[in-house]
Unconditional design. Structure first.
Length: 292
């Protein structure tokens, strides 16, 4: 069985593009599930799939995040990776879908888990907003705040890979990807064709799809009058090649194959090649500081 991808909300599970893509497992919040049931559920997932990669937004309620870490700590398992992302809700759902598709491509658990950080840099996530007065996740200047109070004002906001804000109707544009992407948009309580009629041609996307607005999106963007959008690489062959081209290392603690500078399962950092192997005493001392 492939490594299972788990999420903290059903809104993060987009319909698969084909019958081969597995679904994501939705974990329950503490007010919906007692601790013993959560422990049993996670233990069953690890027994069935070997490894579990849990991806959750930074806006996830603190009580649920504490539950995730409690379950992992009580199970004393290095086969559970807890990955937080700063991406907006719709972009997080796209990242989850990409991991789900790659989970059946033969990548080892350590590589698959670390792929989340890699692919997040290739997702362009933003929204069309009627106001930025309550926008906390993207820097907003005083002039933009003032213009929010002007009736009919709309703003194009890019949250990732780099923050950017423009006022619709001006000459500024949002910087887009320089590689082929497909655009997914989720309309909220805002009527506008700017995303599909203006942004999509500017970004030269290969197509536009529509999704349901995630429940957490109005809170993330500070308003319910929005259209959230995200552009990402749609081709699984390109994603596979992208991940496969990255240098791989072996985790010195748990032995998993990985990419990047840290193992997502045991949190052990990758040591520079020129450093000698860490003595056993040092490894034992560092174990107490590992994240669980």
């Amino acid at each position: 069985m492939p490594t299972v991808i788990a999420v903290t909300s059903a809104d993060l599970v987009l319909p698969p593009p084909d019958e081969h893509t597995p679904t994501a497992h939705v974990l329950s919040s503490p007010d919906q599930q007692p601790l013993d049931a959560a422990l049993a559920e996670m233990q069953l997932l690890t027994e069935q799939h070997g490894y579990v990669v849990v991806l959750y937004p930074s806006s996830t309620p603190a009580s649920l995040v504490r539950r995730l870490h409690t379950v992992r700590s009580m199970l004393e398992s290095d086969r559970i990776a807890l990955l937080e992302t700063d991406l907006p809700p719709l972009a997080t759902a796209i990242l989850v879908l990409q991991l789900r598709r790659l989970s059946v491509c033969g990548f080892s658990p350590g590589v698959l888990g670390a792929t989340a950080r890699l692919l997040a840099h290739y997702i362009y996530a933003g929204a069309l907003l009627n106001s930025v007065t309550r926008l906390d996740h993207v820097p907003v200047g005083l002039k933009s705040h003032a213009k929010s109070w002007v009736p009919g004002s709309q703003f194009g906001v890019l949250a990732a890979p780099a923050p950017r804000l423009i006022r619709i109707g001006g000459t500024d544009t949002l910087p887009g990807p320089e590689f082929p992407t497909r655009l997914l948009c989720a309309p909220g309580r805002l009527a506008s064709d700017w995303v599909t009629g203006t942004l999509a041609p500017q970004w030269r996307v290969t197509g536009v799809d529509e999704a349901r607005l995630p429940e957490d999106s109005p809170r993330w963007w500070g308003t319910g009058k929005l259209i959230e959008f995200a552009a990402a690489i749609p081709e699984i062959s390109v994603l596979y090649q992208l991940v496969g081209s990255v240098r791989r290392d072996e985790c010195r603690w748990c032995g998993l194959e990985l990419i990047g500078d840290r193992c997502v399962f045991c949190s052990s950092p990758v040591m520079p090649p020129e450093h000698p192997d860490t003595p056993a005493a040092d490894r034992e001392a560092s174990a107490s500081g590992r994240a669980h």
